[in-house]
Design a protein around this ligand. Structure first.
Ligand code: BES
Ligand code: MG
Ligand code: ZN
Length: 488
């Protein structure tokens, strides 16, 4: 399927279906839309009247154009109130259009939506992203596939924005990769397949790749990561992909994603009602890291980016960590594992130490780290912690542009008291209250001075509700934020 930014107007476009935006409270068709209405034997006005179409955000109406016209169907999409019109409106409108076009088996589609804030570039980018991401449906595990019939999508009046469309397409491909990794079950995505995928990305897009096998992790003293891995029948893989720009990089950063391809809880096994069957999503951080790698390797910013996934499973067996075991991380700190289900922070501890040795300007980790963060912020908002206000602001700005939601949480040092151990340097879990904060404080022990941000994405990586912008299942959160952040 081809998305094109074209200079065609509403009046001279021809094809299967044209989608037009309508603001809430539009009482009368004006301008080109009024003219098109006349051209199409007043189908648009009829459609509005028959459906009592009010232009509420996200709503749609569709009708066949009777008689012999150069356009066969008309799709109306609500834009909400004019004064609330912003990039996010556009994202939702494009998503709604995408779904209707798919349902209606449209082959050639025209989209006419108003430019937001005089910014044709962002408008083209957001429409393309919203459209592609709503179109994507993961039917890899179904025997019956429903491929889209779409061949071309024309963005009317956005001629000259081909680069924005191209970039959006690349970002969407990264988001879709992340979704597919998270959707795939734990008997399909394993530490080994994640490493293979990283190798594929390295080959396809010219990234440098280093995969540390168990013995190399041992040599580096990664006792925390390996403690988690020790009950699995699958070998752990410490994946390190690097994108290096031509010339001197403007900055050097690392993105570290929690990559538990399954989290059973270990001997503190997740019980009934704990959602153990959803724990294939526990590599959501790693999935977004690889998704961002795919997009960024093609977008080619002037920034050096290290993508790190300490991939393993948290399983049970005779070799499993016992609750109470003491592990030594690669910075020499000792950890009393008072709960084997707080495994993500153990794997991240060694990944953070590894990243800091690379002497970078910033390190961002992202992790489906705690149920406590979901309790605090719900399913749609990720938690953000940072030791550096500038970095926190950069992430917030990038997220705003991406239409992804974060809320900054306190790095409340006093709460580290809850992690004090009588026998080791720290325990891996504290009291139930403030559980996402103590998790962040735990991670902080493995960073010395590099500006660092931690994103707890346990809520937003997955959705059971249809938000109007993506289908149920994996969301690909927060690939768009990561890409925006690196590019900014
Ligand atoms: N992977 C889970 C966190 C999680 C919960 C992710 C819900 C996605 C959805 C993590 O490893 C975990 O088990 N955390 C425990 C920590 C507790 C033992 C301190 C939790 O949140 O219950
Ligand atoms: Mg766990
Ligand atoms: Zn986990």
């Amino acid at each position: 399927m081809d998305i094109r930014a074209v200079d065609t107007t509403l009046l001279n476009w021809t094809g299967d279906a044209i989608a037009v935006g309508l603001s809430e409270g539009t009482t009368e068709l004006t301008g080109e839309l009024a003219q098109l209405n006349e051209q199409l034997s007043r189908t648009i006005q009829e459609l509005i009247t028959d459906n009592e179409f009010e232009g509420k955000i996200g709503t749609t109406a569709v009708s066949r154009v009777g008689g012999d016209h150069s356009i066969r169907k008309i799709i109306l999409v609500g834009l909400g109130k004019t004064e609330d019109y912003k990039l996010d409106t556009l994202r939702r409108a494009a998503a709604s259009i995408s779904r209707v076009a798919k349902q209606e088996k449209v082959k050639t589609l025209g989209i006419s939506l108003p430019v937001v804030g005089d910014n044709a570039r962002s408008t083209a980018q957001i429409i393309t992203e919203g459209f592609l991401l709503a179109l994507h449906q993961d039917d890899r595990f179904k025997s019956e596939k429903k491929p889209t019939k779409l061949e071309t999508v024309d963005l009317l009046g956005l001629n000259g924005q081909d680069e924005a469309v191209r970039q959006a397409d690349l970002i969407a491909s990264g988001v879709i990769l992340a979704r597919e990794l998270v959707n795939a079950p734990a008997n399909s995505v394993t530490p080994v397949t994640m490493a293979n995928l990283a190798e594929q990305l390295a080959t396809d897009y010219g990234l440098a790749l280093e995969i540390l096998e168990q013995a190399e992790c041992e040599a580096l003293g990664m006792g925390a990561f390996l403690g988690v891995a020790q009950a699995s029948d699958l070998p752990p893989k410490f994946i390190h992909l690097t994108y290096k720009p031509e010339g001197t990089p403007r900055k050097k950063v690392a993105i570290i994603g929690k990559s538990l391809t399954f989290d059973s809880g270990g001997l503190n096994i997740k019980g009934a009602g704990s959602g153990i069957e959803t724990m294939k999503m526990d590599m959501g951080g790693g999935a977004a890291t690889l998704g961002a790698a795919k997009a960024l390797a093609q977008l080619k910013p002037d920034v050096e980016v290290h993508f790190i996934c300490a991939a393993t499973e948290n399983m049970i067996s005779g070799k499993a960590m016992h609750p109470g075991d003491i592990l030594t991380a690669s910075n020499g700190k000792t950890i009393e594992v008072n709960n084997t289900d707080a495994e993500g922070r153990l794997t991240l501890a060694d990944a953070l130490v590894f990243a800091e040795k690379l002497e970078l300007d910033a390190i961002v980790d992202l992790a489906t780290l705690t149920g406590a963060c979901v309790v605090a912020l719900g399913d749609d908002i990720a938690g953000l912690w940072s030791t550096n206000p500038d970095l926190a602001q950069q992430i917030k700005d990038a997220a705003e542009r991406a239409g992804e939601k974060f809320w900054e949480m306190p790095m409340e040092e006093k709460y580290f008291d809850g992690l004090k151990s009588g026998i080791a340097d720290m325990k891996n879990t504290g009291p139930r209250a403030g559980g996402s904060i103590t998790a962040a404080l735990f991670l902080k022990q493995f960073i010395k001075e590099t500006p660092w941000a931690h994103l707890d994405i346990a809520g937003p990586v997955w959705t059971d509700k249809d938000h109007g912008v993506n289908n149920t299942g994996a969301t690909g959160f927060p690939v768009r934020t990561l890409v925006n952040w690196v590019m900014s």
